[in-house]
Design a protein around this ligand. Structure first.
Ligand SMILES: Nc1ncnc2c1ncn2[C@@H]1O[C@H](COP(=O)(O)OP(=O)(O)OP(=O)(O)O)[C@@H](O)[C@H]1O
Ligand SMILES: [Mg+2]
Length: 239
């Protein structure tokens, strides 16, 4: 069953078609990879799904409800969580408070006690409990990336959009991030992940969509995508 589906999703910036007539669906419980060269429109696509940008045309349904045209806060409250490519942690706050922001914001009327319980659970789930009292500017990049995921998880999403949470991580940290994303999916949350780390994409994704110049040029299983002539020529390369 599809948790999200869209048709004709498009946006232009001046003469540039950043996302062009994309038709897609996301199956409940899957990890869907979104890949493509720099500037392909991947982050812009996430901005359209989450309401940070308004699409020029197209329609997106999430859990059977039309969300294109809604505000980001409304879409979040319906159960769509996201991270940002450049981490948007709140400076001047400790890790715990950053996650609490997500917990308080994610649902209308959530009490401080409920939000605190969720915050503790999420910190434990992503492995940040030991750093919970640290200022966000004093933690390593890998923890900043985990925190970005934690704040989104604290909203209690049904679908989570991850934008390059592995960028800049070392191989061990990438392994940990792969395990974390798999555990997120196993906990019942559907995931769309943008990533340039192909080892991770090819290992943990059930299905992959490839964007190029804003358009969807391929879609399939990791095996199908890694052997697609078009995708190899445009993005993956022979090696
Ligand atoms: N707000 C904006 N105004 C104008 N142009 C934009 C805006 N946001 C993105 N673009 C342009 O749209 C195109 C797609 O950008 P986007 O950030 O979505 O690419 P991406 O696939 O996420 O790339 P990367 O892998 O480098 O993160 C690029 O040419 C970018 O310069
Ligand atoms: Mg991007």
């Amino acid at each position: 069953m599809s948790i999200m589906e869209g048709t004709g999703v498009s946006i232009s910036f001046g003469g540039l078609k950043a996302v062009s007539d994309v038709k897609f669906n996301v199956e409940e419980g899957e990890i869907l990879g979104l890949i493509g060269p720099n500037g392909a429109g991947k982050s812009t696509f996430f901005n359209l799904l989450s309401g940070a940008l308004t699409m020029d045309s197209g329609t997106v349904y999430f859990c059977g409800k039309k969300i294109s045209g809604l505000k980001p806060n409304q879409i979040c409250h319906l159960g769509l969580g996201r991270t940002f490519q450049a981490a948007k942690n709140f400076p001047g706050m400790v890790v715990y408070q950053n996650v609490m922001m997500g917990a308080l914001f994610g649902k209308k009327g959530r009490s401080a006690a409920e939000a605190a319980k969720i915050t503790d659970e999420v910190l434990d789930f992503v492995g940040l409990t030991e750093l919970k009292d640290k200022n966000v500017t004093d933690i390593p990049l890998s923890a900043q990336k985990q925190l970005e995921v934690a704040r989104a998880l604290a909203t209690r999403p049904k679908l989570l959009l991850l934008d390059e949470v592995m960028a800049g991580l070392n191989p061990t940290e990438v392994e940990d991030a792969m395990k974390l994303i798999t555990r997120i999916r196993d906990s019942g949350i559907t995931v769309i992940m943008i990533e340039h780390v192909m080892r991770a994409i090819m290992t943990i994704c059930d299905r992959i969509i490839v964007l190029h110049h804003g358009a969807k040029i391929a879609e399939g299983t990791p095996d199908e995508i890694s052997t697609s002539r078009t995708v190899i020529e445009i993005y993956l390369g022979e090696s």
